[in-house]
Write a protein that binds this ligand. Structure first.
Ligand SMILES: [Zn+2]
Length: 397
């Protein structure tokens, strides 16, 4: 927060080592690598780091303290020049960001990227292509990408992001320079929310802890009272389950909440996409779709359905991570460990659960949540996975 204050690196929270590497690469074209792999757990800020790096690569601002000029300063990424601001806003003409909520990145999308990568930059120093979920590519698609990454034009920089190195095929990762992000400390995340969003410091720290330093989630929790009450509702489920009937009800409720949240998040976008497709197909408002174009619409609807399903599973998984954090706190209290509670704001629930069980029982409940997460990941029907979990959460004896 010293050397980089007021720059594009500001939002790359709690990652001094990664920032140092990326800054150095951007300031020394001779040491430049044309393919990067940014890894880090969800919420660690992979895409934020990738964009900051892209901005630093394009930056034409001068180093602090020198007169403005066209040559980049020793610490590029001034955050003020047009290259920086448009890159961060995602509107720089030489920046392409593939931010996908789809299950997979298609081979056609990758071919399109490769075409873009081959073009000379129009105004910037480089053509930068950021792929936010490089792990969502089938092997065949990856192979198409390989050649461009292997011998990229000198003006092109690929920045691939993935949760871990193992999520990317060895052929790709061996050609990339890797930068690993860590889970940032909650206080760093809280500071960011206070600085960027003007959040209340206490609320920001609660949110950062509750989100276990996932920056996006923490921001939502700090900003959106409904997100906070949804999370509280999930934690309350743990206290409400007394017997099997409660457990079955609670599971159904969790699935419903996830479905509602997933729908709310995607409905608007689905409608826009459909309208765009209809326009592209030359079908006016209120016209019926000619039969031979129906497959196009079906294709889109299938995509949207997959996206909704994925989102619902993500929401459910997050609910389970919240529950897991609750029982982790319960265990902390039961063992008398001197560690901060993730759910300090729900200390009453934590204490009540700690009184009613032994540490062994708490560990078994955590295992049940872990199992449910695995089953959900393995495409078991959400209700089934959650019922089994909820039943295991009920008080014993
Ligand atoms: Zn700049």
């Amino acid at each position: 927060m010293t050397a980089t204050s007021g720059t594009v690196w500001d939002d790359v929270v709690g990652q001094p080592d990664a920032v140092r590497v990326l800054q150095r690469a951007a300031s020394d074209p001779a040491a430049m690598t044309h393919a990067w792999l940014v890894t880090g757990p969800p919420g660690s800020g992979r895409s934020v780091a990738a964009r900051a790096f892209a901005a630093a690569l394009q930056c034409r601002g001068a180093a602090p303290g020198t007169a403005s000029g066209t040559s980049p300063g020793p610490a590029p990424g001034c955050g003020r020049c047009q290259e920086c601001t448009t890159t961060l806003a995602g509107t720089h003409p030489d920046l392409t960001v593939v931010a996908t909520e789809k299950v997979v990145i298609t081979i056609d999308e990758v071919r399109d990227l490769i075409t873009q990568a081959s073009r000379t930059p129009s105004v910037g120093r480089y053509r930068v292509i950021v792929v936010e979920d490089a792990d969502r590519m089938a092997e065949r698609t990856t192979n198409v990408l390989l050649k461009s990454i292997e011998e990229p034009p000198s003006h092109t920089v690929w920045v691939l992001c993935a949760p871990s190195v193992q999520d990317v095929l060895p052929t790709i990762r061996s050609r990339c320079r890797t930068v690993g992000l860590r889970v940032p400390p909650p206080q760093d995340v809280a500071d960011l929310l206070v600085r960027r969003d003007g959040a209340d410091p206490g609320l920001a720290l609660d949110a950062a802890r509750a989100a276990q330093s996932h920056v996006g989630l923490a921001r939502r929790l700090a900003r959106d009272p409904e997100a906070r009450s949804r999370r509280t509702a999930v934690l309350e489920v743990a206290r409400r389950i007394r017997g099997v009937p409660d457990a079955v009800l609670a599971a159904a409720e969790l699935v419903e909440v996830a479905k509602a949240e997933a729908t709310a998040a995607t409905a608007e976008r689905d409608a826009t996409e459909k309208a765009e497709l209809m326009r592209a197909l030359g079908v006016g408002d209120g016209d019926t779709l000619p039969p031979k174009l129906r497959s196009q619409l079906k294709h889109l609807e299938d995509d949207q359905k997959r996206r909704a399903t994925r989102r619902q599973r993500d929401v459910l998984d997050r609910a389970m991570v919240d529950l897991l954090s609750l029982y982790r706190d319960v265990l902390v209290v039961q063992l008398g460990a001197e560690v901060e509670l993730v759910n300090a704001a729900h200390a009453d629930v934590v204490r009540a659960l700690a009184r009613d069980a032994t540490p062994e029982q708490t560990v078994r409940r955590m295992d049940a949540i872990g199992t449910a997460r695995e089953r959900l990941e393995g495409n078991v029907a959400p209700l089934l996975a959650l019922e089994a979990m909820a039943v295991a959460l009920r008080p014993q004896g």
